[in-house]
Design a protein around this ligand. Structure first.
Ligand SMILES: [Zn+2]
Length: 709
């Protein structure tokens, strides 16, 4: 594949940290000088002390969606933003289906008695672990009910696992299925749907030490991995079918909105499910009889994992409080001076399982420190050219709910005005930069990372390349790290960008620093963990505020929006090549027409990038011309929208991006799923839709190129 060659034009020429002479994509030399100063002033404001102070506040108490504490935090953020000088600060309320646990019982009744505590141990080293407000093990959106039945070990709970059980003559119908979180990873909601389809009566999901516990390294409070009693809470909502409030699929759950009966809500599970620690799963696993599980199913506990199905019986009782509860989305903005009707949106969810120190409060701290810096600059007279909007989402953990309702409420405006959405779910679980973005935004991030210093004293770019290279060695990924593949452009789902990308078809990016993190969604994801393992010193929190804000400013002030459609075309071509290479596709689908349109789009994209650079090299662009050019650039992402959505999931409109039910990334979703189902009539239709969108966009880019001198 010849995937290189284009970004050479667009990536700024070799630049060190202080390379004042390097090109800035989307800017003339004059404006680039000003912009560099603005960004440097901005980056000088965030401090590690403030990041830590805010982080302590957000992590002081458990704050899941629907809790009073999470409402208090919404009020706190609204007040803070007003004090910081943000404009139009508002709180939006959405009454959305939410579930909190009333009581949950998991007890083995045969062959011996054991009642699962479903609690996490307290440690003297960390007083937060003693907080009486910590809830036990539960899964949001579980059905309520009661059953006593035999237990079957079903490995990761993916469809292939049940096939293996069937080959051993084991049915899970009416039984309770015990599964691990990941091996390989799949979203817990997919495990629930799979168990429900298999006719199971209940699902227990536990964290095996092979995945996030002592088999990986030292455990809490001595290390970053999950201890014996840690529980990964979470939701099992089928939000891969349609996210947001299950009772208002595809429209906003504002006051007076139509709501469907819960029985008709496709995203509400019909199976009972509970999250457990390995401490509570071990007695069940120890007693299971039946065939020995295959080697790949053996976990990290010192016992022989067996398939079970006969002798271990469990009494499972789940009582959930499930009803519409308020979610609160906080919104604030800094109005643009020249183009107030073009928006750059920054968002982070606020709700967390228990203290949520990494997920999401690290991101919340980075966000309010970013807004403090912007507010301070505004007080000194600075105004961005375009409008910056910041949002604190709610209910992300339940079903991407707050962002989805807000996106649905303001859909028509967002489709016209939203230049890009920049998501930070958690900002830090370690030092390794791991951003993802639509292909057209990836080069911007690479360019910008060269000019931002990282804690090591090197540039963010240098640290990023180093950690990316190490990650590839670990993952046995043979691709050498290059500027063309540093940013993850296989996006998937699982956070608040989903409504903006998949429903509204707006460009999105997600930023994150990662590291060893075995306490995800447990009570140990707390302030102590962050200060000892995740980010002692809060340097990466600070760096996140700096990167996130710099990106927002760079987009807000650009003369020509710095999207790179040549790079996008290169990615799309790679997506199509991977698909064409699948055994199901070979000889059945002609990829020639699609690849021809991709090549057209790609070359039109790089022509536009080259023309924009040449035009800006001559000096600032006429404002009216720039506005027309930018209108067209903003239209490109909208043109990927298929109004009917992808087959079976009409809410997901984007022709290039979606997510699998497992949350795994999924490119060219309509075409890919049709080919995987061997529905070649549908595949042909999907290929035509894709080719049509590509042709429209190639023509649009050519037309835009022609506007430039
Ligand atoms: Zn999160």
């Amino acid at each position: 594949m010849n995937l290189r060659s284009i970004t050479v034009l667009t990536v700024c020429l070799a630049a060190g940290l202080n390379a004042q002479t390097s090109a800035m994509t989307g800017y003339s030399r004059e404006r680039a000088r000003d912009e560099r100063q603005i960004e440097q002033r901005f980056r000088a404001i965030p401090t590690a002390n403030e990041e830590k102070r805010q982080h302590r506040f957000f992590t002081a108490e458990p704050h899941p969606a629907g809790s009073e504490r999470n409402h208090e935090l919404a009020l706190y953020i609204a007040d803070l933003w007003k004090q910081q000088g943000l404009e139009d600060v508002r709180i939006h309320r959405y009454d959305v289906l939410t579930s909190l646990p009333r009581s949950i019982v998991v007890e083995m009744v045969a062959p011996s008695a054991y009642r699962a505590s479903l609690r996490e141990d307290a440690y003297a080293a960390d007083p937060d672990t003693n907080n009486p407000a910590i809830r036990g093990g539960w899964l949001s959106m579980s059905a309520s009910g009661e059953v006593t039945a035999e237990v079957v070990y079903a490995h990761s709970g993916n469809p292939a696992d049940y096939d293996l059980l069937r080959r051993h003559g084991i049915s899970v119908k009416g039984k309770i299925v015990l599964v691990r979180y990941s091996n390989p990873y799949s979203y817990r909601g997919f495990k629930a749907l799979t168990a429900q389809r298999e006719g199971a009566a209940g699902l227990l999901i536990y964290s095996d030490p092979a995945e996030d516990g002592y088999k990986r390294g030292k455990v809490f409070p001595d290390g970053p991995w999950g201890p014996e009693s840690h529980i990964q809470r979470g939701a099992i909502t089928y939000d891969f079918l349609v996210p947001g409030d299950p009772l208002t699929p595809g429209w906003a759950s504002v006051d007076g909105a139509r709501r469907i009966p819960v029985e008709q809500a496709v995203s509400v599970p019909k199976i009972m499910a509970v999250a457990m620690s390995w401490h509570d799963a071990k007695p069940l696993l120890e007693h299971l009889d039946g065939p020995i599980a295959p080697a790949s199913w053996q976990g990290g506990l010192p016992l022989q994992y067996r398939l079970g199905g006969n002798n271990v019986r469990v009494h499972l009782k789940v009582d959930m409080d499930t009803r519409p509860m308020p979610n609160y989305v906080v919104e604030g903005r800094i109005r643009g001076s020249e183009l107030p009707e073009e928006w750059i949106l920054l968002g982070n969810h606020r709700d967390g399982w228990e203290f949520g120190a990494v997920d999401p409060s690290s991101g919340t701290a980075s966000m309010v420190e970013l807004t403090r810096a912007l507010g301070q600059m505004k007080a000194q007279g600075f105004q961005p050219k375009r409008t910056l909007i910041v949002a604190s989402w709610d209910g992300e953990e339940v079903g991407l709910t707050g962002s989805t309702e807000w996106g649905e409420e303001f859909a028509e405006e967002l489709k016209k005005k939203l230049v890009a959405y920049l998501n930070v779910d958690w900002s830090v679980s370690g030092p390794n930069f791991h951003p993802s973005a639509v292909g057209s935004l990836a080069p911007l991030l690479v360019e910008l990372s060269r000019g931002i210093p990282a804690p090591s004293g090197k540039s963010l770019y240098d640290e990023w390349r180093k950690s990316a290279a190490a990650a590839r060695v670990e993952a046995k990924d043979p691709r050498p790290v290059s500027d063309d593949n540093l940013v993850e452009t296989h996006i998937g789902s699982g956070s608040d960008f989903t409504v903006f990308l998949n429903y509204l078809c707006r460009p999105t990016m997600e930023l994150e620093f990662d590291g060893p993190y075995g306490v995800y969604h447990s009570a140990y994801d707390n302030f102590f963990w962050m200060n000892h393992f995740g980010d002692p010193g809060y340097r990466y929190h600070t760096l996140m505020s700096q990167v996130w804000g710099t990106l927002a400013l760079r987009l807000a002030d650009a003369e020509i929006l710095p999207f790179d459609f040549g790079a996008y075309g290169r990615d799309i071509s790679a997506f199509a090549s991977v698909l064409a290479g699948k055994p199901q596709a070979r000889g059945r689908i002609d990829f020639q027409p699609v690849q021809k349109e991709i090549a057209e789009f790609r070359s039109a994209g790089s022509d536009l990038t080259g023309a924009a650079m040449r035009a800006l090299a001559k000096g600032p662009l006429d404002a009216r011309l720039a506005e027309r050019v930018n209108r067209n650039i903003m239209q490109v992402e909208s043109n990927w929208a298929n109004p009917n959505g992808i087959p079976g999931r009409p809410w997901f409109k984007h022709a290039l991006y979606a997510a699998r039910y497992t949350y795994g990334h999924l490119e060219l979703p309509g075409l890919t799923e049709a080919i995987e189902k061997r529905d070649f009539i549908e595949a042909k239709r999907q290929a035509e839709i894709l080719a049509g969108a590509l042709a429209r966009n190639a023509a649009l880019l050519r037309e835009t190129r022609a506007m430039l001198p």
